[in-house]
Design a protein around this ligand. Structure first.
Ligand SMILES: [Mn+2]
Length: 255
C-alpha cells in the first residue's frame, strides 16, 4: 500500500461544455486522472468550474457525469478528503455533494497550512482590480432571492437559458484573454497585493485557463491550474513542493 501523502489540485474541467461528445471525452480523461491519483492522494482540491453549469433543485440535480461522480465517490470512500470550490460557472453548488460525497464546499477562498507551507486557494473570479460588471453580477447570482427565483423556472427553460449564458460567457472570457499578457494578469496583481499583507508560499487559482507558475518573490509562487478542455493540467504537492503537470503528456512543466 502506497502512503497517502500528496495533495492534488485541478480546476475548470467544465463538464457539460461544448457538446456531449466533447464533455464525455473530457470526463473519461478526468476519471483516468482521478484513478491515477487515488493511490497516493490524501486530499483533492477541485478549484471551481468543475461543471459548465450546475444547479441543485430541492430534490433534483442535473443529468449526466455519472462516471465522474462515481469515481469521486470511490476516492472519498478510500478516505481521500474532497474540497469543492464554487466557480463562476457552478456557483450554485449547495449541499448535494456534502451529503453524497462528504465534500467540503468552499464559496470563496481557502487558507490552509500543509507540509509546512501556507496556501491561499481561490477559483479566481471577481478578484483584483477591474471586472466591476462581473462583481455585481456575482452578488446577484449568489443572492438567495435570485436562486429562489431561478428554482421557480421550469428546468427545461431554466437550464437551457443557463447553458446558453454559460457558453456565451466562456467565449467572452476567451476573447478577453487574448488581450492580456501573463505578467499583467489581474490575478497576479491580486496575488502580489495579497502578499503585501500576509505571507503565503503558494497562491493557487483556476479560472484563467492558462496553466502558469510565476515566482512572485523568493518565497512565494503564483500557480494557475489551467483547464481540461485543451490542457489537462493539474498541480500536485509533495514534501512541501508544488509542481504543475499535464496529464497524459510526457513532458512536465516546472518553473
Ligand atoms: Mn471560471
Amino acid at each position: 500500500m502506497a502512503i497517502r501523502n500528496k495533495l492534488y489540485f485541478a480546476s475548470d474541467i467544465h463538464l457539460g461544455a461544448l457538446n456531449y461528445t466533447s464533455s464525455r471525452e473530457r470526463e473519461d480523461r478526468f476519471v483516468r486522472w482521478l484513478d491515477s491519483i487515488k493511490h497516493d492522494a490524501n486530499e483533492l482540491f477541485l478549484v471551481g468550474d468543475v461543471f459548465d453549469f450546475w444547479f441543485e433543485y430541492k430534490t433534483v440535480v442535473p443529468k449526466g457525469y455519472i462516471r465522474f461522480l462515481g469515481k469521486l465517490a470511490e476516492l472519498v470512500d478510500l478516505g481521500i478528503k474532497l474540497y469543492l470550490f464554487k466557480g463562476n460557472h457552478d456557483m450554485w453548488i449547495f449541499d448535494y455533494f456534502v451529503q453524497e460525497l462528504g465534500a467540503t464546499i468552499i464559496s470563496n477562498e481557502l487558507v490552509i497550512e500543509r507540509q509546512g507551507k501556507k496556501l491561499y486557494i481561490h477559483h479566481g473570479d471577481g478578484l483584483g482590480p477591474g471586472d466591476g460588471k462581473y462583481k455585481i453580477l456575482k452578488k446577484v447570482f449568489r443572492s438567495r432571492v435570485c436562486q429562489w427565483l431561478f428554482e421557480r423556472l421550469h428546468p427545461n427553460f431554466g437550464v437551457g437559458l443557463a447553458n446558453y449564458w454559460s457558453g456565451h460567457s466562456r467565449l467572452a472570457n476567451a476573447a478577453a484573454d487574448e488581450h492580456k499578457l501573463f505578467e499583467n494578469e489581474w490575478l497576479v496583481t491580486f496575488a502580489r497585493e495579497t502578499l503585501q499583507k500576509q505571507h503565503y508560499d503558494y497562491l493557487i487559482f483556476g479560472h484563467r485557463h492558462i496553466p502558469l507558475v510565476i515566482q512572485l518573490n523568493s518565497q512565494s509562487q503564483y500557480i494557475n491550474l489551467g483547464e481540461w478542455i485543451f490542457n489537462s493540467s493539474y498541480a500536485v504537492m509533495a514534501d512541501g513542493q508544488i509542481q504543475l503537470l499535464h496529464f497524459e503528456k510526457d513532458h512536465a512543466e516546472n518553473t
